[in-house]
Design a protein around this ligand. Sequence first.
Ligand SMILES: Nc1ncnc2c1ncn2[C@@H]1O[C@H](COP(=O)(O)OP(=O)(O)O)[C@@H](O)[C@H]1O
Ligand SMILES: [Mg+2]
Length: 203
Amino acid sequence: MLKIMNVSHEYDNEIILHDISLTIESKTFTVITGESGSGKSTLLSIISTLLKPTKGEIFFDGKASREISDINMFRNQKIGFIFQFHYLISHLNVHENIAMVTKRSRSEIKELLDKLDISHLSAKYPDQISGGQRQRVAIARAMINRPEFIFADEPTGNLDSKNSKIVFDLLRELDATVIVATHALSRILPSDRVIKLKDGKLC
Ligand SMILES: Nc1ncnc2c1ncn2[C@@H]1O[C@H](COP(=O)(O)OP(=O)(O)O)[C@@H](O)[C@H]1O
Ligand SMILES: [Mg+2]
């Protein structure tokens, strides 16, 4: 379980997030939405340990993130990140982009790529595949070490609607606690848990 307790954040003395408290159950899918500038990325960065809040605390299964002794190891082992831009390495092929972050075997990587319907692209380089396929490779890279948590910031910000739907459907099916920040309201389903931000406040 993930607990966000009384989180506030300021940039340059301007309050960006106002006293946010939330509980997110394990292995659930949650969408953080709101207009551009409402604080989605800031909140997701705080939840995912990339940014320390000005006030408040995040608890991972009861443990305060400030008290995790090796936060880099914690991130490596427990968290998968997906961003708007895929950050694949252009000089490595699809297989190698994933292999570089994991000790898992070639066949385990292939199995995951099969699931994401991109295993036929293993030997291709990022600029030889489509934007939607690149984002699926980025998802595979985030998932390969089977993290407990997957955090995605505008993962479909660069994709057309067909590929956006594919990416959202994949994220919903992951066996992890998944939190996605997006302004793409059209991708949200009635069954999704939605956290709406307006001017840095929950609404
Ligand atoms: N590094 C930063 N320094 C100063 N202000 C920032 C920084 N990052 C974001 N902000 C401001 O915080 C507010 C919320 O931004 P952000 O969390 O990126 O919102 P969203 O992801 O919903 O568009 C905006 O007003 C933005 O200008
Ligand atoms: Mg953002």
